[in-house]
Ligand binder design. Structure first.
Ligand code: NI
Length: 170
């Protein structure tokens, strides 16, 4: 297993639209293992392949307290979503930024598991939020892009300052 580099917003590659996985082979299994290691090492609750610069429709989610309930969704498709919920979200590609985003309260989807078997899943609460956040990544969208242009500008400025502080430390 190896830890992968996570693209950092506003990296243009985060705007790539992911393609469906055609064959779930050893390479995909290895990618999922590496993504899981990367997500857990960064204390994340979700990771989309887009974030490690692989533009395939694969997302990982684990919202369990112990981090031992990994959900792997390959070629996820939304069947239905509804209700309204607000969550304060963060993202491994946008360090130290937490913002409230409006989401659907529940989501029902269809996906393939690691054996290529189709399954359906219904989620609400934190899990539903996390899945919607990761699905956005597959469409080339980062959560802060749900905010107003003014707020996005403010966040970009904050990130630039973080960068400067880091280079001083180095
Ligand atoms: Ni994210």
């Amino acid at each position: 297993m190896s830890k992968l580099a996570i693209l950092q917003y506003p990296d243009e590659r985060l705007h790539t639209i992911a393609q469906p996985v055609e064959q779930i082979d050893d390479q995909i299994h290895k990618l999922v293992r590496d993504m899981a290691q990367t997500m857990y090492a960064a204390d994340g609750i979700g990771l989309a392949a887009t974030q490690v610069d692989v533009h395939l429709r694969i997302i990982l989610v684990d919202v369990s307290e112990k981090g031992n309930q990994l959900l792997v969704l390959i070629n996820p498709e939304v069947i239905k979503m509804g209700g309204k919920a607000e969550f304060e979200e963060g993202c491994l590609s946008v360090p130290e930024v937490y913002e409230t985003v409006n989401r659907a309260a529940w989501i029902r989807l269809r996906a393939l598991d690691l054996d290529g078997k189709p399954f359906e899943l219904q989620a609400d609460g934190l899990k539903a939020m996390c899945i919607q956040h990761e699905l956005d990544h597959l469409q080339g969208m980062v959560f802060v892009e749900h905010l107003s242009p003014l707020n996005q500008k403010r966040i970009l400025n904050t990130l630039k300052k973080q960068d400067r502080t880091r280079s001083k430390v180095r």
